[in-house]
Design a protein around this ligand. Structure first.
Ligand SMILES: [Zn+2]
Length: 69
């Protein structure tokens, strides 16, 4: 993913909220994070399954019929 390929206007339309990792002000370059470090931290959490939503998933599986030939 290359941020430089995107027009600058698109980036400016976004609201830069606080970094979800350390709550510092996020930067456009690493949005929504403040730095590449926090972006990597977030990525690591995803890879470790920290961000899974078990309750929602199980509910959806209950509703979904298994035999749908
Ligand atoms: Zn941060």
């Amino acid at each position: 993913m290359s941020e430089e390929d995107k027009p600058a206007d698109v980036v400016h339309l976004r609201q830069l909220g606080p970094c979800p990792i350390c709550k510092k002000t996020s930067t456009q370059k690493y949005h929504p994070f403040c730095s590449s470090h926090c972006a990597n931290v977030d990525l690591g959490r995803w890879l470790n399954g920290v961000y899974t939503v078990p309750s929602q998933r199980e509910e959806n599986r209950d509703i979904e019929p298994e035999t749908n030939e």
